[in-house]
Design a protein around this ligand. Sequence first.
Ligand SMILES: [Zn+2]
Length: 214
Amino acid sequence: MAYKLIFLGSPGAGKGTIAQKLAEHLQIPHISTGDIFRSNIKNRTPLGLQVESITSSGALVPDELTIALVQDRLQQHDASTGYILDGFPRTIPQAVALDNLASIDIAINFVVPQEVVIARLSGRLTCSGCGRGYHKIDFPPKTPNVCDICGNALITRKDDTMEAIQYRLTVYEKETAPLIQYYQEKHILANLNSNQNLENVFMELLQTLQQVNK
Ligand SMILES: [Zn+2]
């Protein structure tokens, strides 16, 4: 079965991992705007060149351009029957534009208490040599602060400091609250308790999808 899905959830809610797992399970593409931007820039497409010139000046990619890129991606063959949109839409104008492009079956909102998200994000460590990711509690290295693979020191990335985390969460709340309401009013929002182990989150997600008439 193929579904057209939107994944909403704060940083650290685990939606990226679940999206990857579900994409494999359903054989549909996992589409994130970050990946679309990167691949268009890499392939030097006209839209990619626009993104590059905007982001290199430090500005945010405007909605119209993001929408054009997503539209282009959704028209590709592998997305003809279904997909998971991760990180899009991020604004109401994007959501309205998406309504004109596709008929979304369900928007999944990954719900995790903020203190859990903060604990997850603040425990992240990254190898300064090979870039491998660790976690102080969930996935610690064998020797504290040393990479299992290459032996280099583990660092906390700038994105993962407490201040940066608080900022990202505030931005997320501000951006996403209207989207949650938008999909609730369309009666296609499903809240998913993401504060449990990965297997249970995945099982609950599959049960939620089964309730959608396909
Ligand atoms: Zn390493």
